[in-house]
Design a protein around this ligand. Structure first.
Ligand SMILES: [Zn+2]
Ligand SMILES: [Zn+2]
Length: 373
């Protein structure tokens, strides 16, 4: 059972409630364009599971066959508690490396591009994390945690992380010592020098306190959300691939093979010296920071909102309907296309470009729907 699919309606209700609360308090933390981008990335992340399966499951099978380890009993509460804590420990290292190593950052960055911070940001998830993240959970397999327990505690871990993405909850006293909270996770999403590469825990913040990556939110240092190399785009394909693109470009441009290999394992932001000399990558100066917010008409904003609703409906359709593999591919491409075409409207691109890409999408969408009905 995919717990996350069932949690989605509650997530959407909570987002509506947070929006209403913010408007009432005169402290709205939502913008239509940024929310569109976050929700599209969440939708694509869920949709990915129907077109590309995880490699983690296959590796799990291999390891358990090879080690013949006796599995912990799935019906004992101690198994669940142990698995829940061990999962979060593994998650801490995955998440930390996800920031510190650029091949892993390339996948995780999708969660961090938002320059707002709200419950919608929580749903910004990667579509490529499944390629490498399983490596960090090998300890769970080695000690013999049953696969269904690993999957369930993983889903619970992700669901827990939802509520901490809000600016409306202040510091929470003793809670800050043990658990990931809105305050300490705000620090994680900030790009201020003091806050960079801090607070990696998923459920427990104790790992950060143990391994020296904890940072408290400071009252005289307001969080500036987002990433230093802002993408200035609402396009989900751009959000999911820009670091991979940078890496490939650096590998292409550098003159030595040693550098090419090093790009793959280097710290985030590293560039070969010969490439950096000619094509240095600019990092934003926070003192002049401006959120990306291209002006568009009210009609375009309403259309953008309607396309998020359409994509959510399409996701639900794919999740609860069983389609053939090729139908799933068409369905996934339509979701990606919805994300790109709508992003172009919201970025204020040339009207002919928007009309052409979007018109073609509607044609394919209607024909796909007609062929199914
Ligand atoms: Zn992160
Ligand atoms: Zn987060």
């Amino acid at each position: 059972m995919d717990l996350i699919a069932y949690a989605v309606p509650f997530f959407l209700l909570a987002i509506g409630a947070e929006l209403a609360w913010g408007l009432r308090q005169g402290n709205n933390t939502y913008r239509m364009n940024d929310t569109f981008s976050s929700l599209m990335l969440g939708i694509l992340s869920q949709a990915r599971k129907f077109v590309l399966l995880g490699v983690g499951g296959a590796v799990y099978g291999l390891i358990t066959d090879f080690t013949h380890s006796t599995l912990w009993p799935a019906d004992h509460w101690l198994t669940w508690v142990f698995a829940f804590v061990l999962y979060d420990f593994c998650y801490y290292w995955l998440h930390r490396m996800g920031h510190e190593r650029q091949i892993l950052w390339a996948a995780h960055v999708a969660h961090h591009q938002s320059e707002d911070y709200n419950l919608g940001t929580a749903l910004r998830q990667t579509s490529t994390g499944f390629l490498l993240s399983w490596v960090f959970y090998i300890p769970m397999y080695l000690v013999g945690i049953p696969a269904e327990v690993v999957i369930t505690v993983g889903a619970l871990n992700l669901i827990y992380q939802f509520w901490v993405h809000t600016q409306h909850v202040p510091e929470l006293g003793w809670f800050e010592y043990v658990f990931v909270s809105p305050s300490n996770h705000r620090v994680h999403h900030a790009q201020n020098d003091e806050y960079m590469d801090k607070n990696y825990g998923g459920v427990f913040i104790v790992w950060d306190r143990l391994f020296g990556t904890y940072q408290r939110e400071l009252s005289d240092e307001p969080c500036v959300y987002g990433i230093r190399g802002a993408i200035k785009s609402w396009n989900p394909v751009m959000a999911l691939t820009h670091i991979y693109q940078d890496m490939l470009l650096d590998m292409w441009r550098t003159r030595t093979w040693a550098n090419r290999w090093r790009v793959l394992v280097a710290r985030t932001g590293w560039q070969p010296a010969d490439v950096a000399a000619q094509w240095p990558r600019a990092k934003a100066d926070l003192s002049t920071f401006q959120r990306y917010d291209p002006p568009v008409s009210q009609a375009v904003k309403i259309y953008g909102g309607s396309q998020v609703a359409l994509a959510t409906g399409l996701l639900a359709f794919g999740q609860f309907q069983s389609l053939t593999q090729s139908q799933y591919w068409v369905w996934w491409l339509l979701l990606v296309w919805t994300g790109v075409a709508t992003a172009w409207w919201l970025e204020g691109r040339a009207r002919w470009l928007c009309v052409a890409t979007d018109g073609l999408r509607w044609l394919v969408l209607v024909s796909a729907a007609a062929s199914i009905i």
